[in-house]
Design a protein around this ligand. Structure first.
Ligand code: NAD
Length: 352
């Protein structure tokens, strides 16, 4: 056996089987190609409203037709012993129902971000998991990304380099393209639940929370100007700041009207850690600045998707809460509700 760059996968029968619900852009372009890099999980079933697409994808990934379900036959997945985990990759407001259906079928749940549209929905999802005695994890892949983990270490870990963290910055932006089917539902309140904040601003929010390692106590927000497109029922931009118990302040923005902004940064008394891009799938740049020195840190062999799947499988095996649990998803939804409340009412909102 030569020295291994990455550990061998577990034998097939020891891996957990994952059913993917929703064959949209994220499932087809990122999850299906990266799932085989997981040591502990493998593809076990597909659930889709489009039978032709589901059959084509199943054939491509060597999955038998009996493991293909549609939205009506889904509940039969309870009898499918090859499926341990249901991964929900549907529009945001569908997350709660599908989580509850999956728990009712006796499966563990991995659910995409944002966890749900409201705090009440998140709480119902957590309660359903407890009743079913199954695990619930939210697809916060960046929390498993070695670049983001190294940034945390530089800010507040054993290798901390920037002194006292004072200011965190989170900026996420992209153009909402209504001619693209994956953005059509994102413009609709009843499917998206919220606007740019729910879709991409959540990376800024979650990012500054894990970089600083503390919870905000107060938020102040304002909406940014809209495009005027009549189809867009949700906010297209919001800027907000958050206070943290240590005295650190975070300044964040989220926008559907700027192209390709993807940044997290923490400025401390002795230096600055910058991730730009911070939360992309395959390219991240990590820079440590101290005085006049700028060090670019490069980490080889990273697959945040595989690391996320492996964490869920380990949590199930060890019967513990996974990192990025339902409680973590709920925290972000609660803060996002407060951000909207602050922007609507023109005043700060306490989170304590
Ligand atoms: P998408 O539009 O490409 O896919 C959505 C899927 O849901 C499609 O297959 C669509 O057919 C299906 N669907 C079922 N009912 C629908 C309805 N009533 N209206 C619209 N579509 C319906 O979207 P996506 O980009 O794949 O996003 C899916 C989920 O994944 C969202 O919750 C999103 O926030 C999340 N996501 C996460 C990441 C990440 O990096 N973690 C990246 C992209 C998307």
């Amino acid at each position: 056996m030569p020295g291994l760059d990455t550990a061998l996968p577990l034998p097939h029968e020891e891996q957990l089987g994952v059913a993917l619900v929703g064959l949209g852009a994220y499932t087809l372009n990122q999850i299906l190609p990266n799932l085989p890099a997981s040591r502990r999980c493998r593809l076990a079933a597909l659930v889709s409203g489009n039978e032709d697409k589901a059959r084509t994808v199943a054939r491509a990934y060597g999955l038998g037709e009996r493991h293909v379900y549609n939205y009506d036959t889904f509940d039969r997945i309870a009898e499918d012993q090859t499926v341990d985990v249901v991964y929900i990759l549907l529009p945001n407001t569908m997350h709660r129902d599908w989580t509850e259906r999956s728990f009712a079928a006796g499966k563990h749940v991995l659910c995409e971000k944002p966890m749900a549209a409201t705090v009440a929905d998140c709480e119902a999802m957590i309660a359903a998991g407890r009743t079913a005695d199954r695990k619930l994890m939210i697809g916060y892949r960046a929390q498993f990304d070695p670049y983001n983990l190294r940034a945390i270490d530089l800010v507040r870990g054993d290798n901390r380099q920037i002194g006292t963290p004072r200011i965190a910055v989170g900026n996420h932006g992209r153009m909402l393209d209504l001619s693209d089917s994956r953005d059509g539902w994102r413009a609709k309140r009843d499917l998206a639940g919220g606007g740019s904040l729910f879709d991409i601003g959540i990376y800024s929010l979650n990012g500054v929370r894990y970089l600083l390692g503390e919870e905000p106590t107060e938020v102040t927000a304002r909406f940014m100007p809209r495009s005027g497109r009549s189809e867009v029922e949700v906010e297209e931009g919001v800027a907000w700041s958050m206070l943290f118990p240590s005295g650190a302040v975070a300044n964040c923005t989220s926008s559907y009207l700027i192209e390709g902004v993807n940044r997290l940064q923490v400025q401390g008394s002795e230096g600055t850690v910058t991730l730009d891009p911070a939360t992309k799938y395959y390219v991240r740049h990590l820079i440590l600045t101290r005085g006049r020195t700028h060090e670019r840190i490069v980490i080889p062999n990273t697959n945040q998707f595989a690391a996320m799947f492996d964490e869920l499988a380990e949590a199930i095996r060890e019967d513990r809460e996974p990192k990025a649990s339902g409680t973590e998803g709920l925290r972000d939804v609660r803060i996002m509700e407060a951000i909207y409340e602050s922007a609507e009412q023109g005043r700060s909102v306490s989170l304590i």
